[in-house]
Design a protein around this ligand. Sequence first.
Ligand SMILES: CC(C)(COP(=O)(O)OP(=O)(O)OC[C@H]1O[C@@H](n2cnc3c(N)ncnc32)[C@H](O)[C@@H]1OP(=O)(O)O)[C@@H](O)C(=O)NCCC(=O)NCCS
Length: 140
Amino acid sequence: MNIRLFQPEDYDKVFQLWKEVFPENTDSSYSRKDVERFLERNPETSFVALDENENIIGAVLAGHDGRRGYIYHLGIREGFRSSGIGKKLVQAALDVFGRLGIRKAQLSVFDSNVSAKEFYKKLGFKVRTELNVLTVDILK
Ligand SMILES: CC(C)(COP(=O)(O)OP(=O)(O)OC[C@H]1O[C@@H](n2cnc3c(N)ncnc32)[C@H](O)[C@@H]1OP(=O)(O)O)[C@@H](O)C(=O)NCCC(=O)NCCS
């Protein structure tokens, strides 16, 4: 297993992975246009994991705004889980954040996604129960 930067050319394969891993939660904000724009703004913080045949078996979108790091849509293909790939992808993004002087990273996870919360807790993340995520639709 190898990890490298997520390049715009990886989009089709990563989107296929996301459809498998997040069948109900790959909305328009994960469209090619939006992901390419994200990678253009954050060229060095998102990663893919490859098996020995160079197939993409995991991916994470990560970026920062100069102050805080954000992690999105970490997914590992079934059959490849529980072998440290998720941890390596997140750690790769956190390492870059650290080198850039970003002190803190955060992410949102569905409250029902107990296994993702347990995974992130293992990596040192803390669940902030006193905070809520608020969103608004700008473009319909
Ligand atoms: C959550 C997910 C990314 C974890 O990736 P993974 O490659 O299977 O996890 P890893 O093998 O890197 O695990 C890292 C550590 O977390 C622990 N861990 C992983 N899943 C866990 C779980 N469900 N409960 C408790 N601990 C867990 C591992 O035991 C390991 O601990 P260790 O370092 O002490 O050995 C993966 O299961 C996945 O793709 N899930 C579906 C998509 C998803 O929910 N993504 C998160 C969206 S926010």
